[in-house]
Each structure stands twice: as structure tokens, then as C-alpha cells.
Write a protein of this length. Sequence first.
Length: 287
Amino acid sequence: MEGGGRAVAGVQVGFSLNKPGWCSFQDPVPFLDFLASAGVGAVELPLVVSGEFDQGVAGAALARGLVITFHLVWKWYRGWGKRTGRADLEELLTTLDELAGRQGAPVLVVIHPFDDGHDRERGLATTADLCRWLVERTRAQRCEVHWAIENMPHDPEAPTRPGDRLQEIEGLVTETAGLGICWDIGHWHLTREMDPHGSGPLTDRFVGRVIHTHVHDWVPGLGDHLPPGRGTVPFARTLRILRQADYRGWLILELDRERALRFGPPQEVVRDALAVVRGAWIEEAEG
């Protein structure tokens, strides 16, 4: 499978360190050793606004054969249109390309749509501009970097935030050749439950552009980013959609640590969540 990760039970699984508390950035080795022993093949690290990431964690992950991906949140949009902001992004591309060379596989970066707090359409337009610029500069510099726009969860208190409607995400990747989709399954499920008419249908075109996947559960009252198997997301049916599309990317567990610890000790909860994901994938492979 593409990406150089471990194909355990026929599926590439990774773990997001974007949610705080899972890994000590002062001493990441114990948790990374645990992930590697559990068959995890990739970690997703946060990219801060300065473009920096924790080199210690990245180095320790690479030493254990883990592929590194990144999560770039909406704060990146502030100032990117200025000359200094674009210079920072040019420098970031060089850094990411060097990292791709070290790990022997392209670096994938997940992007959130932009919410300016006032105008949904303007936020979408800003998102499209940034994504187009990133893809074009990546291509021009021949960098081994892939970009994926993530679908957002529906939030009645944030009506200006784009990306919870699948057609918005599909429109962004249709307009920008080379931009992929990070399908957040938990966000998709909770949006269907909370806003069934507004979320829009899951189309073959959307699924065909998915290059990265976030996996977590959701249940009313507890929220999202729960361990798979602890909520209402139909994982076997959902993963069948990816299998039928010949999906070859990562399934990244993205768990809220505080919510996850309701169900047991951290390593036990992570092992159980991995087993649910792998079991759902195998169920569809054998079914």
C-alpha cells in the first residue's frame, strides 16, 4: 500500500497526536513504542502557525518506522495573503519536502476550511484561494507534499463555518486539481444525524477524491472523537464504501483523550479502538 506503513489485517492504521495529552512531547518514546507495537504505521502531528512542528517527536517517529502526516488548522489563513505569509508557506514547503525525503514517502497535510466568523461564502472563497495556491506552488517546486481538505462537523452555533456540507468539500476539490479530501467519518456521521437535509449526499465523486481518513465515534451527549465502538457510527458499512473505491490511504484514529479515558486506561482504549477498526475492515473484506 502507498505510504510505506504497516498493512495490518489489510488496512493502514495511524494515530493522531493533534489532540493533546496522548504523547509527552518531552519524552515521546514510550507512547510511540506502544503505537508501533500495536501495529500503527503513521502519526499525525500538529503544524503550528509558525510552520514549526516538534522535531523530537518527528525524529522519534521516523526512527520507529512511522510515517508522519500533519494537521494544519484554520489559523494558517490569517495573513497568508500577505507577502510575508506566503514567504512562510514557501519555506514550509521546503521543510515538508525535506521530511518526505527522510521518510521515503510524500508528506500529507490536512487542511481545515476557513471560518471568518461572518460570511460562509467568503470563508469558502478564502479556502479555495489558499488550497489552489498551495497545490500550484507544490507542483511548481516539485515537492513531495499532498494536501487534503477536511469535512467539518455541523455546529448550529457556528453557521458561518463552511465544510460540513459535503457538496462544499466536493466543490473545492473539483475546482483544484491535485487537492484531495480528508474524509472525517465522525464529522460526517454526526452531521447526517444533526442536519440530515443540509449535509448532502455522499457521492462517488466525493469518495473518489478521498486520500486520507479520520476515524472516531460519536454519540449524543458525549460528542465526537470517541473511540470507535463507543458510539453510533456504522463503521463496517462506512469502511465498505472506502474498500469499494479501492482506498489506499491511512485510517487515522483521532481521539479526544479526556473522553476516551471514560472507557478505560489509555493504551487499553487505543488497542480496543484499533481492533474495532480492523474488525470492521475485515468484516467487509470477508463479507
